[in-house]
Ligand binder design. Structure first.
Ligand code: FE2
Ligand code: FE2
Length: 473
């Protein structure tokens, strides 16, 4: 077991006190992080008391503490999961060799790039979501938004620790750059597309935590397999926190679906919009948008980068233990676009690894969609929600240069442009959602009209608990 130092300026279980140089460097980065939070974190809620959980340990039992805190005073810490004794590399060309506690020189650049790319998503999501507090549907949801935000901040800390402790000056420079890029900025955008996409309303937020945080889960699962043990241990603990973000997304969409179904049935013309709800076909458009944006995050269908990372042991597949062949030496058949047509091609498995992780991800998403459809079924409605085809609306990979329907049929660009309003939220759709979300619902227990109440509160508290309060107490 690692020892937890909660009294330190930076709470940690990595014995920071035993490395004064590293500790000093991180203590210098800390105020810059807090400045970034004040500038780019949740707008208008710096002084509110928020009922948040804070990581204080990494054990399966009681790893978090719940209490009121003002967000700039949140205790962002560095926590690695306990080391696995005699851990061995589980995949690639070096299967069975001991994992690395230090970064091998030949893999330094690639590992730094992987860590920076993961790290960049964490502050990006906080920036994307910073204006949502002003239009929150309830105090319960406001608190969940902030919980997700502070934990993305902690994930940034987890990655910055790795950069500072293992990558010298380059790592420290990268850590500074992580506070300099801005989601959606034209000059200094975040690294990945979905992390520059606007998150303007709460349907976006729930879709983001459903689809984008779930991408994060699969990236973390792949990095948790890494031969670089400190990275693996960081990611394993981040996954514990990530589970709550996915819960917020999946149940958030479910609560919208439930309320929309109710309002659809209530309205004489079956029009949820007329009752101030979000029409189910519009929810489908948001699913199409966010699912397709997130499928891009797994990279190209055929990827030599993925093959290189895998061979070297840097980044594996989610739950590598499931696979029989840890060297991934087989071939697999992929549908690719050639000369404007879909063709089947045999591809070396190592070049197609992104597809393995993408398939796991889609299966996981489908489980949530099935749950939403159960809600529709119980409400007595025939409409069902679906995931778009993995070919729909892609900007990266084998399908990026062609156009497809949400069912995956190849169509012309002209047809896509003509019909995209049927499949993706239009400006008018977004305007309508915003017209339902114009103010914050700040009365304990009250919900905006377009979303159902959650089944239960947080940490055993009732739904009408005052999860966020303005007083200083
Ligand atoms: Fe995260
Ligand atoms: Fe997350």
């Amino acid at each position: 077991m690692t020892t937890v130092d909660l009294g330190a300026r930076i709470p940690n279980n990595v014995n920071l006190a035993g490395d004064p140089r590293l500790q000093r460097a991180l203590e210098q980065w800390q105020p810059r992080f807090v400045d970034w939070w004040k500038e780019m974190g949740p707008e208008g809620f710096l002084r509110h008391q928020v009922f948040l959980r804070t990581a204080i340990d990494v054990g399966a039992e009681g790893w978090a503490n719940f209490d009121y805190v003002q967000m700039p005073d949140y205790r962002w810490g560095i926590f690695l999961s306990d080391a696995e004794p005699d851990r061995r590399i589980g995949f690639g060309d070096h299967v069975g060799q001991p994992v690395w506690q230090e970064v091998p020189g030949e893999h330094r650049a690639a590992l730094r790039r992987l860590i920076v790319t993961q790290a960049d998503t964490e502050p990006a999501s906080v920036e994307q979501q910073r204006r949502l507090g002003a239009i929150c549907p309830s105090l319960y949801d406001l608190r969940n938004l902030f919980q997700v935000n502070v934990e993305e901040g902690r994930h940034l800390w987890a990655m910055v620790y790795l950069l500072h402790s293992h990558f010298g000056k380059d790592g420290r420079d990268e850590a500074d750059e992580l506070l300099a890029r801005r989601a959606g900025s034209a000059d200094k955008p975040r690294i990945l597309g979905a992390f520059n996409a606007p998150v303007e309303d709460w349907v976006d937020f729930f879709m983001f935590t459903m689809f984008t945080d779930r991408d994060g889960k699969y990236q973390l699962l792949s990095l948790a397999e890494s031969a670089f043990d400190p990275l693996s241990r960081s990611c394993r603990f981040m996954l514990t926190e990530e589970a709550h973000h996915l819960f917020v997304g999946e149940t958030g969409v479910d609560r919208i679906v439930r309320r929309s179904a109710e309002l659809t049935r209530l309205d004489p013309n079956g029009d949820a919009a007329a009752q101030g709800g979000i029409p189910l076909p519009l929810i489908q458009k948001y699913i199409n948008l966010w699912c397709s944006l997130c499928l891009d995050l797994f990279g190209g269908e055929v990827s030599s980068n993925a093959a290189t990372y895998f061979a070297a042991g840097l980044k594996g597949r989610a739950h590598e233990r499931r696979y029989a062949d840890h060297a991934a030496t087989g071939v697999r058949t992929l549908s690719l676009v050639e000369d404007g047509k879909l063709v089947e091609r045999e591809i070396a498995e190592r070049l197609a690894l992104n597809e393995d992780v993408r398939s796991d991800y889609l299966e996981d998403c489908q489980r949530a969609v099935d749950r939403w459809n159960k809600t529709l079924e119980k409400a007595g409605l025939d409409l069902r929600l679906t995931l778009p085809s993995r070919r729909f609306h892609r900007q990266i990979g084998a399908y990026a240069d062609a156009c497809f329907t949400p069912d995956g049929a190849l169509i012309s660009r002209a047809e896509f442009e003509r019909r995209q309003g049927e499949w993706l939220p239009s400006d008018a759709d977004r305007g309508f959602v915003r017209s339902l979300q114009t103010r914050a619902v700040m009365t304990p227990g009250q919900m905006a009209n377009w979303i159902a109440a959650p089944a239960k509160g947080i940490d055993g508290k009732p739904v009408d608990f005052e999860y966020v309060r303005t007083d200083a107490g």
